[in-house]
Design a protein around this ligand. Structure first.
Ligand code: COA
Length: 132
């Protein structure tokens, strides 16, 4: 839910706030997909703000694992506004995040994948894509 306090000068959600939320979602997703303890955001690309978000709107985050690397994973994040009254959704922001697993010294380390979590995410993505 986007609150009044999150709103910027244009009466819509501040872009940096959205980026921060997406970065947190990327970090959480990386942790859910693996047994690694720490991830750092290496790269953010293709970030597009498709539509503004206003106070009171509910936002949903959908994540697809676009690439499974040795020490990194690339996550495609799509953010949508969900309107419960009409059940309608609209795409508001999308972007790609490269997350790197790191050890205590902040050096890249191999990702210990949780295959079942990756499989579940792939199935959810597939189901959503076929509904769209
Ligand atoms: C993340 C970090 C530890 C990676 O260290 P590095 O020495 O650059 O990493 P490497 O060259 O060994 O590459 C690590 C992985 O990133 C990938 N990578 C490196 N540069 C990349 C780029 N420009 N685009 C996409 N992937 C890239 C590599 O392919 C590798 O993945 P793989 O093992 O799956 O193939 C280092 O860049 C860093 O500390 N960056 C700052 C992170 C940060 O402060 N983020 C913001 C706060 S979370």
């Amino acid at each position: 839910m986007v609150l009044d306090q999150d709103i910027g000068l244009n009466a819509t959600l501040f872009g940096g706030d959205m980026m921060s939320r997406m970065d947190k979602v990327a970090g959480i997703t990386a942790s859910l997909m693996s047994r690694n303890r720490r991830f750092l955001t290496l790269k953010v690309s293709e970030l597009v703000f498709h539509s503004p978000v206003r106070a009171g709107e509910i936002i949903e985050f959908y994540v697809a694992v676009a690439r499974q690397g040795r020490t990194s994973m690339t996550l495609q994040i799509e953010v949508q506004v969900y309107q419960p009254v009409s059940d309608a959704r609209r795409a508001v922001t999308s972007g790609e995040f490269v997350m790197v697993a790191v050890d205590e010294g902040q050096h890249p380390e191999p990702i210990l994948w949780k295959p079942e979590a990756v499989q579940l995410a792939a199935e959810a993505h597939q189901a959503r894509s076929s509904r769209a």
